[in-house]
Design a protein around this ligand. Structure first.
Ligand SMILES: Cc1ncc(COP(=O)(O)O)c(C=O)c1O
Length: 322
């Protein structure tokens, strides 16, 4: 599997693939050079991204059998690295995948990859696949899990969404039943989320809300959801069948530290319709205001004061970690 996307050619809002040597300053050209030779950590060594490949027999490709993490880098610091590494080891344990390096080694390798790629503000994708096997499901017939760390840049939503808020739609695709594939496992099998995201995209929404098998609010396709009503902040509990987001947990803590009541509760779409405020959290998305759901305006239709305050506190936390 080759990791080579056009997305990875974006840097500071400029698509380097579009740059010609005649129309860009030297500094940007150097950055382009650097980017073109992105170094990917694969099984204990850094390789140019073109050479960082794995077998087409890898069960990560054949079956989505593996686990991953997305992690932000702020000011050269890999943000909440220990929490992400802990989660990938927990996801791996749940699917009986033994990661062939220690947690400490994984953290050191991540920092090394970030530094080697000169990433100051960026994004890390950590992937562990089952390894290559035969054309069947039996994990005993696979060998050598592949450990991959990619350090790159990411921009998820435009500034306009952070300023004015996002419109959400509810997907008809429900979140995976926890007894089938627990959403707490961040596995390489993201089809459940992708199908819901397709529905959102077709409806013109940047994100889609997913309900669980009981019709309760679970989460969005790549973000956790919060509401604010009468100054009380609420978010679905892990019992709802969600990924226990690391940004979610950080924001719960920030809210409590700020003296707010933050509850983990079961909620319905109705609770969102009648909320004063709503926002999403995620590593890539950070804290995103939501101003409508399925055509119902939430609150006064603008990002609310508690959302804006928690967003500020989260930004301060990302800076403080440096
Ligand atoms: C399904 C899903 N829910 C929630 C999140 C947010 O989790 P985190 O804050 O750990 O990035 C993500 C992103 O990783 C996700 O994919």
């Amino acid at each position: 599997m080759k990791f080579d996307s056009r997305e990875s050619q974006w840097i500071h809002g400029v698509c380097t693939a579009d740059l010609k040597s005649s129309d860009v300053p030297q500094e940007q050209l150097e950055r382009k050079q650097q980017l073109m030779s992105n170094q990917v950590w694969i099984n204990g060594e850094l390789k140019p991204k073109e050479e960082a490949t794995i077998s087409v027999y890898d069960h990560g490709l054949l079956y989505g059998d593996g686990v991953f993490e997305g992690i932000r880098v702020y000011g050269g610091n890999v943000f909440l690295l220990k929490e992400h590494v802990d989660r990938i080891y927990e996801s791996a344990a749940s699917i009986r995948l033994e990661i062939p390096v220690s947690r400490e080694q994984m953290m050191a390798d991540t920092r090394h990859t970030v530094a080697a790629n000169g990433i100051v503000d960026g994004y890390v994708r950590m992937v562990v696949t089952r390894g290559s096997g035969y054309l069947g499901l039996d994990i005993r017939k696979t060998s050598h899990p592949q450990v991959i760390i990619i350090a790159d840049v990411i921009t998820l939503y435009g500034e306009e969404i952070y300023e004015n808020g996002m419109a959400l739609v509810t997907a008809s695709t429900i979140r995976n039943h926890p007894a089938a594939l627990n959403p707490r496992i961040k596995s390489l099998n993201y089809l459940n989320n992708i199908m819901a995201k397709c529905e959102g995209t077709l409806a013109g929404a940047a994100e889609a809300l997913m309900l669980n098998h009981k019709g309760e609010v679970a989460e969005c396709t790549g973000d956790n959801i919060f509401i604010v009503k009468n100054a009380v902040v609420s978010t679905p509990s892990t019992d709802a069948g969600i990924l226990e987001g690391i940004t979610r947990n950080a924001v719960i803590q920030l809210g409590r530290d700020a003296g707010l009541t933050v509850r983990e509760v079961s909620m319905s779409r109705h609770d969102i319709f009648i909320a004063d405020e709503c926002f999403l959290t995620g590593t890539a998305a950070e804290v995103v205001p939501v101003v409508s759901l399925d055509g119902r305006t939430i609150g006064d239709g603008t990002p609310g004061p508690i959302t804006r305050d928690l967003r500020k506190r989260f930004q301060a936390l990302t800076r403080a970690a440096n």
